[in-house]
Design a protein around this ligand. Structure first.
Ligand code: R5P
Length: 302
């Protein structure tokens, strides 16, 4: 087995390699003055099962192109299989035609990954549980919820009875139910969120369910941070005293860091499915690693 990394999250790839007790194999990557890349596999990979770690977060197009080229280079060099570890799968939200005339980005991604020769894919906390059905190769849908459950137990221990889990929108209900079961059926509530399609503004003014003194908000991703901001505001208005936030993907677009820093939250936990740039880090942010979960899945499937 050989493991390679694109440039989008080298530190995660290194951690996965460590768990697998192998070293990262080098790639010869040359960038031309116009930005095009020439990628060459240095090691012999003939007949090898190969793994490529490359989340396709911002810059999404560049990261995808790099992944396509790495997989192509591996297949042309005789790799037996190529497992693409794409912890954050870019373009997954555009999974069908929302308005007439649109492209289905996820379908383009699926066709390209398969045509360059990807044998299987590992991804985390996908936007839709139906995403794997779109692919013709196995897409293993992993989740960071087990890491979150462990952390929540560490934080609250025996005082968990005073805590409620919160999904900031309807899309997260399935996720919050799973987490609730992991935490001895800790109760959960759903915030009714509306996003204005034109302005992008978010409103959250209703909670379905009974709140408690302490709340743990769980989401699949934080992009602009506005969903979390509105959820915190509403919970505080309803009398919640202490809030923790957990989200798998730290997309952190626009001025998310500033928005999050202004929220009345004890601590934010995200994972390393996306590499969090230094400029986006702040005191109350802790990053949990999904590397052991990836390594375990690789051991299971290869
Ligand atoms: C929505 O469907 C997702 O689960 C997240 O709540 C959303 O993408 C977060 O975006 P933002 O941070 O921009 O509000």
């Amino acid at each position: 087995m050989k493991i390679f990394s694109g440039t989008s999250n080298l530190s995660l790839a290194e951690k996965v390699a460590q768990h697998l007790h192998i070293s990262l194999s080098p790639l010869d990557m040359h960038i031309f003055p116009d930005g095009e890349k020439r990628i060459r596999v240095v090691d012999k990979v003939l007949g090898e099962d190969c793994i490529v770690v490359q989340p396709t977060s911002t810059p999404v197009d560049e990261n995808y192109m790099e992944l396509f080229l790495i997989v192509d280079a591996l297949k042309r060099s005789g790799a037996k299989s190529v497992t693409a570890v794409i912890p954050y799968l870019g373009y997954q939200r555009q999974d069908h035609i929302f308005r007439e005339g649109e492209a289905v980005s996820l379908s383009v991604v699926e066709k390209t990954l398969e045509s360059v020769g990807v044998s299987s894919i590992i991804a985390f906390d996908l936007h839709s549980v139906k995403t794997p059905e779109i692919f013709h190769v196995p897409l293993y849908h992993l989740s960071a919820l087990s890491l979150f459950a462990k952390k929540i137990e560490e934080i609250y221990g025996s005082t968990l009875y005073n805590t409620v889990l919160v999904t900031p929108d309807m899309g997260g209900v399935r996720r919050i139910k799973i987490l609730s079961e992991m935490l001895n059926n800790t109760p959960y509530v759903e915030i009714v969120k509306n996003r204005d399609v034109i302005t992008g503004e978010i409103s959250a003014d209703k909670i379905k369910g009974d709140i408690r003194e302490k709340a743990v908000i769980v989401d699949d991703m934080i992009s602009t941070g506005l969903t979390i901001k509105q959820a915190c505001k509403l919970l505080k208005n309803k009398g919640v005293k202490e809030i923790y936030v957990f989200a798998t993907h730290a997309v952190f677009s626009k001025n998310a860091k500033k928005v999050l820093e202004q929220c009345d939250v004890v601590k934010f936990f995200v994972t390393d499915t996306i590499s969090v740039l230094e400029k986006n880090r702040f005191k109350k942010l802790e990053i949990l690693s999904v590397s052991s979960l990836i390594a375990q899945k690789i051991r299971d499937i290869l």
